[in-house]
Design a protein around this ligand. Structure first.
Ligand SMILES: Cc1cc2nc3c(=O)[nH]c(=O)nc-3n(C[C@H](O)[C@H](O)[C@H](O)COP(=O)(O)OP(=O)(O)OC[C@H]3O[C@@H](n4cnc5c(N)ncnc54)[C@H](O)[C@@H]3O)c2cc1C
Length: 518
């Protein structure tokens, strides 16, 4: 049986980040690292694919992550959305038109914009941003595994984080008593980034996402696949191994210690440490096994069993005729939300709770991106519809291909029609190619029975101090899964290596920063 110092299950951004962080901290010894990835390419959720000359990305935008890119040695050209980075279309289904709000890059411009929208809320807006800034500063006191003194420090220095820890983003926004409800609509954009309605999403997560995107957002030229491709080369140049097309079936536990992994062909690899970045429930309930987990820690096992996973989605990718002038329609920005506003997103979640998908002309919410305008290539548009339940989709795809295709086409047609109605006149007649990802696609691609796009659902009870601990109760087994985003996944890779090495990279801080506080 081959022996490694570190085995990482999954070659997504978290796994790749973990490998580089480990190899950087172990340049001379203990540097036998293996990543095991089920697919033929690495990247997981972060991928770019080409069909009939059109190039599509799964990811759309990232904030300024230059510190992390430097840490991982990723040299790539990023293009910034300079003017405005996101737009919100609030649709009026009666009048059949939409009001557009364009969110400008740079904090000062955003504040000015909000004040122009609602001059009467000027003071509330200032208080809101003051709170965010102070909260952002408090993040530097957080430790991945705080000891007694750290907790005291956090209690003294992080009042805002403590206040928000159990709050949803909606509860957080309401603290500021904005008089003009338009401000709620605009600020709700950031819950769309979290993939969860404001009524459910952790205030800490969404406020942090807001803070990190304020200065603007970016896309890598040549697609997001650049990140995993460069990271893979880096790992191999540092002596790490990557085994693709290898599915981990089991994590071997002996005396409450993770000692090896077993692949579906029966091959076993031994390691001192195992880091799993597969879907959280799959990792803990299938690869480790609930009985092993219960034997180690009953409470952790219960939490793993009950943890809510994020929903799945539909992703409708369209190749568009060059004749359609998307730039003129203002699509050269990172993200657009088309919504009927108010509590629409929450209503979609209530339907999701019942395994239903709302297909309504009077209630809708989706994301629309047109990355080709920023980073080149033939024109493409992607429509992202969250939340969607996986139930019924896997079975239908296996049982009745024709029905499966009809059903997904029906959903795509509905959203294409809405996008045409409110955002892009003439869209339908200019579509030259269509590719539809369903929850079954995500379930298969991400090896997630729930087809979860963002791993654990970032509700307050799943987030921050309440999140399933990265150090699992199984000795030498770690689970650095963050709910949502490339930036947090890179952070998680550094955090887990910092944790295993007793603080070799950032002295136990939970956030990598060049000006780190110890
Ligand atoms: C549609 C979509 C759009 C997104 N858009 C953005 C965006 O615009 N900006 C942003 O910052 N973030 C975005 N995200 C989120 C971001 O991509 C993810 O949070 C992040 O990439 C997760 O990385 P990960 O490595 O933790 O997980 P994953 O990417 O899921 O990687 C896990 C890897 O493990 C492999 N694996 C699973 N089980 C096994 C097994 N048993 N054996 C071997 N291999 C296994 C999988 O194949 C996969 O490669 C988006 C996510 C999705 C799904």
């Amino acid at each position: 049986m081959k022996e490694y110092d570190l085995i990482i299950i999954g070659g997504g951004i978290t796994g790749l980040s973990t490998a580089i962080a480990w190899l950087k901290t172990h340049p001379k010894e203990n540097n036998r690292v293996l990543i095991v990835e089920q697919h033929s390419i690495v990247g997981g959720c972060v991928t770019t694919f080409a069909r009939e000359g059109y190039r599509f990305d799964t990811a759309q935008i990232i904030p300024d992550i230059s510190e992390l890119l430097d840490f991982f040695g990723i040299e790539t050209v990023l293009k910034k959305f300079d003017d405005y980075y996101a737009r919100i279309y609030i649709a009026d289904p009666v009048k059949k038109n939409a009001t557009i709000f364009s969110v400008p890059s740079l904090k000062a411009r955003f504040i000015k914009y909000l004040k122009q929208l609602s001059p009467d809320d000027s003071r509330n807006i200032d208080q809101f941003f003051k709170f965010l800034e102070e909260m952002h500063h408090e993040l530097h006191y957080l430790k991945t595994e705080p000891n007694f003194l750290n907790i005291l420090n956090i209690l003294i220095h992080c009042p805002k984080i403590i206040r928000l820890r159990k709050k949803t983003y909606d509860q957080f926004l309401r603290r500021f008593n904005f008089k003009n409800k338009i401000l709620y609509e605009v600020l709700d954009l950031f819950s769309s980034f979290s993939g969860l309605s404001a009524e459910r999403c952790s205030a800490l997560l969404t406020a942090s996402a807001l803070n990190t995107t304020l200065e603007g957002s970016y896309r890598p030229v040549n697609g997001f696949i650049q990140f995993p491709q460069i990271m893979r080369k880096k790992i191999e140049s540092m002596g790490g191994e990557i085994r693709t097309q290898a599915m981990v079936k089991k994590i071997i536990i002996e005396n409450n210690t993770a000692t090896a992994i077993e692949l579906s062909d029966g091959t076993r690899y031994h390691a001192r440490y195992i880091v799993t970045t597969a879907d959280t429930k799959v990792s803990l309930l299938r690869l480790v096994g609930i009985e092993n987990l219960k034997a180690a820690d009953k409470h952790y096992a219960q939490k793993a069993d009950r943890v809510a996973m994020s929903p799945s989605s539909f992703f409708i990718h369209l190749g568009i005729d060059e004749a359609l002038d998307l730039k003129k329609l203002g699509f050269d920005c990172g993200y657009n939300v088309l919504t009927t506003g108010g509590d629409t997103f929450e209503k979609m979640y209530r339907a999701f709770d019942k395994d239903e998908l709302l297909l309504s002309d009077s209630l809708f919410h989706c994301g629309v991106v047109c990355p080709s305008l920023k980073t080149g290539g033939k024109p493409v548009i992607s429509i992202h519809v969250v939340p969607a339940s996986v139930n019924g989709w896997i079975d239908l795809r296996e049982r009745d291909r024709e029905q499966y295709h009809k059903k997904k086409q029906n959903i795509a047609d509905h959203y294409i029609r809405l996008v045409e109605q409110y955002m892009i006149p003439g869209l339908q007649q200019n579509i030259r190619f269509i590719d539809i990802n369903t929850p079954a696609t995500f379930a298969r691609f991400l090896n997630s029975p729930t087809g979860s796009n963002f791993d654990m659902m970032p509700v307050p009870s799943n987030f921050g101090m309440y999140r399933l601990k990265m150090r699992t109760p199984i000795k030498n087994l770690f689970l650095p899964k963050f709910s949502n985003g490339i930036w947090p996944s890179m952070q998680a890779g550094i955090q887990v290596v910092d944790m295993i090495t007793g603080g070799a990279i950032m002295s136990g801080n939970s956030r990598y920063s060049v000006q780190k506080k110890s």
